[in-house]
Design a protein around this ligand. Structure first.
Ligand SMILES: *Cc1c(COP(=O)(O)O)cnc(C)c1O
Ligand code: SF4
Length: 368
């Protein structure tokens, strides 16, 4: 398929339109007419886009369908809670120049674009992303590159947004090449949802751009955002295979979401499907305190219980790290369950039994 230029409303993918309004969603059968007025209020506040690839996965007429929950607006999004924050993970406090977030010493985020192919209803940057929110200007990009170039402790640059793969292949390659020309930058990482939202847009040209660092002797990684096994449709798997076959390893990040993937069957099916695609599960994010997303959040205790059930039940390759981005900009910390007793004198096995460590009585010969 031809690459699609820009990301403005009315574009066509595979002859079908991206659904961008509650009325269009109602026409497609994803929204009951009675909900339309409330959802128009939601859409006035938060961007909406459902690509044809994702629309094909949504069960029409079922607002509780895990795909509908992720992408079709819901009136509960207007219900902001006091603990929620427009900058839930504190990006602003750590932004030395426009488009750069420098929280950890050795790595930065570079936000090139604020648009996405699909707008997730639980997005942690929902106050910042949208089709009209624009890309980093040429001037701002130069300032960002200057900052990275003059900060020798920056070892890795993470392109995020928005979705950096909405940039044209030519622009993406230009940015990656400019970053690779900085001697202390050794690793380039791209965070994206595009292979899930619009697999046909993962063109040979785009894959070639993602491989630009490799040709300059640097490492290139792609991290896919995927939350439900149904998202890994055949075309999505093929798109990821194109990336991986080009020598670019892929990892995944998943957001733990109530009613989407907060049960062990769904979560283990997702992690297995990712590993079957040669994508290593990296993070399971506890849902951030973004405005109007309370209906998506589980408790941390629920998340830990799920992680416990994954441990031992599915391959070690299928185990992500369960992390929380600490509000205020303090970074991510692993919050997975611990299998070690508080005084480090005993360890729990995957069946829930405790074992002293080191063992108090060595097992007698022949007993094991
Ligand atoms: C999440 C994040 C990163 C990446 O963290 P890793 O643990 O290396 O995946 C880097 N910088 C910022 C500001 C982040 O929020
Ligand atoms: S793809 Fe990422 S940045 Fe874009 S709406 Fe979804 S969660 Fe937000």
């Amino acid at each position: 398929m031809k690459a699609i230029k820009g990301n403005v409303s009315g574009e066509k993918v595979a002859g079908e339109r991206i659904l961008r309004t509650p009325a269009e969603l109602a026409e497609a059968g994803f929204v009951a007419p009675a909900r339309l007025a409330a959802l128009q209020q939601v859409a006035a506040r938060y961007a909406v886009a459902v690509t044809p690839a994702l629309a094909a996965l949504i069960e029409a007429g079922d607002a509780d369908d895990p795909m509908a929950r992720q992408f079709v607006p819901d009136a509960r999004e207007l219900d902001a809670r006091p603990e929620e924050n427009v900058d839930p993970i504190g990006d602003d406090r750590f932004s030395p120049v426009e488009g750069v977030v420098h929280r950890y010493p050795d790595r930065v985020l570079l936000k090139l674009i604020n648009a996405c192919a699909v707008y997730c209803r639980f997005c942690f940057r929902r106050e910042r992303v949208g089709p009209g929110k624009g890309a980093l200007s040429a001037h701002a990009l130069r300032a960002a590159l200057d900052y990275i170039g003059s900060t020798p402790q920056i070892w890795e640059v993470i392109l995020t947004g928005g979705d950096p793969l909405l940039l044209s292949a030519r622009r993406l390659a230009a940015v990656l090449n400019a970053l690779c020309d900085i001697p202390h930058v050794k690793v380039l990482r791209v965070h994206t949802r595009l292979p899930v939202a619009a697999p046909d847009r993962v063109t040979a040209m785009l894959v070639r751009a993602l491989g630009a660092p490799i040709r300059k002797g640097k490492a290139s990684f792609v991290v896919l955002h995927a939350n439900h096994p149904r998202e890994l449709a055949p075309a999505v798997r093929a798109a990821c295979a194109r990336v991986i076959n080009a020598g670019i390893p892929m990892l995944s990040q998943t957001v733990l979401l109530r009613g989407v993937n907060d049960d062990v069957e769904t979560l283990s099916a997702l992690m297995r499907a990712l590993v079957e695609c040669r994508i290593k599960p990296y993070y399971l994010h506890h849902a951030d305190l973004a405005p109007g997303t309370a209906h998506f959040r589980t408790t941390i205790a629920e998340g830990q219980a799920l992680m416990r059930t994954l441990h031992g039940r599915v391959s070690g390759l299928c185990q992500p790290s369960y992390v929380l981005d600490i509000p205020g900009g303090y970074g991510k910390s692993p919050i997975g369950p611990s299998y070690l007793s508080a005084d480090a004198s005993a360890v729990e096995d995957f069946n829930g039994r405790m074992h002293a460590y080191p063992p108090r009585h060595a097992p007698a010969c022949g007993q094991r």
